[in-house]
Design a binder for this molecule. Structure first.
Ligand SMILES: C[S@@+](CC[C@H](N)C(=O)[O-])C[C@H]1O[C@@H](n2cnc3c(N)ncnc32)[C@H](O)[C@@H]1O
Length: 291
């Protein structure tokens, strides 16, 4: 029987010989999770108590050492203020996507834009839709995905946070087109990586390829642009996460599909200084910003 402190120090020492290097912080998180604790403070306060669940800790440590993403091993991933449940049926929410929703939120509040009806197409874990519901409890939020397994994760996050949104299953815009819903805001982080060499091995090995890869990296945006008059109100905001190399091809597509004079668009960079966001607005004279 070891204490948490002894387990921590032994693990730290044992893993020196392993190929995968893991930080002290990861060992702390595995201990917190195994012991059902809520915080680092709780862990440190109880550091000299006996480890109650050594098997859970060892099982999860082995998975991390094998290379599995920590978020899947622990079944949790943060998304701004929300702790979300994740499993291998959904993409692990990324900081770039946190940037996307914060950008949309800022755009809405700086310009007092309509946000009664908001859709998150390709919802995965539900991160975008649930965060929008958290920020705008009075708005109707629609969350769609093609895969039932992904929607099951999003539904479980909705229950966990008591953030209730309308879930719909279907291909791209199909559920919205079929229900004749008109949106004020459309947000989407679709599968957009066309070149498989751009996908890191850890993503290829563990995350769902249908969430990342698209044979035609522009396919989802084409669908959104082609149908925007059918699904968006006259005044609208569309906000997309895009791949770092799509600015030029998306600019051409916008020229093809958006002919109205009161439509404007802007590409913005993410925290890694890559063009990662596309915002298109219609019917507004909006103040744009750098993030
Ligand atoms: C890049 S992930 C985004 C997940 C989540 N919104 C996020 O930002 O972390 C793309 C999502 O699109 C879904 N998807 C893939 N093909 C789809 C399709 N044809 N129609 C609707 N959703 C699709 C996948 O299941 C996946 O959840």
């Amino acid at each position: 029987m070891s204490t948490l402190r002894e387990t921590f120090l032994k693990t730290r020492n044992d893993i020196k010989s392993q190929k995968v290097s893991i930080s002290d912080n990861i060992i702390y998180r595995l201990l917190i999770n195994a012991e059902g604790m809520n915080s680092f403070t709780e862990l440190i306060t109880n550091f000299d108590k006996t480890l109650a669940n050594p098997h859970c800790f060892e099982r999860n440590l082995a998975k991390v050492l094998e290379g599995q993403p920590l978020q899947y091993v622990l079944g949790e991933a943060p998304f701004i203020d929300l702790d979300l449940y994740v499993n291998s049926n959904v993409l692990i929410p990324r900081p770039e996507t946190e940037g996307l929703v914060m950008l949309v939120q800022k755009l809405i509040s700086d310009n007092s834009l309509n946000h009664d009806t908001i859709a998150d197409v390709c919802t995965g874990s539900g991160c975008i839709a649930l965060y929008m519901k958290y920020k705008y409890p009075n708005s109707r939020i629609i969350a769609t995905d093609l895969y039932e397994d992904a929607l099951a994760v999003a539904r479980s996050n909705s229950e966990r946070h008591k953030l209730f949104v309308d879930f719909m299953k279907g291909d791209k815009l199909q559920p919205i087109l079929e229900s004749n819903i008109k949106l004020d805001v459309l947000i989407s982080n679709p599968p957009y990586v066309e070149n498989q060499d751009d996908i890191e091995p850890i993503v290829k090995n563990y995350e769902p390829m249908y969430a990342v890869y698209s044979e035609d990296g522009l396919a989802f945006y084409k669908e959104y642009f082609k149908n925007y008059k059918k699904i968006m109100n006259k005044k609208f905001v569309m906000a997309f996460e895009i791949n770092y190399d799509q600015k030029e091809s998306l600019t051409k597509l916008i020229g093809k599909y958006f002919k109205d004079e009161d439509t404007s668009f802007l590409f913005l960079k993410d925290i890694y200084d890559k063009y990662r966001y596309l915002i298109i607005t219609g019917g507004y004279d909006v103040k744009y910003f750098e993030i």
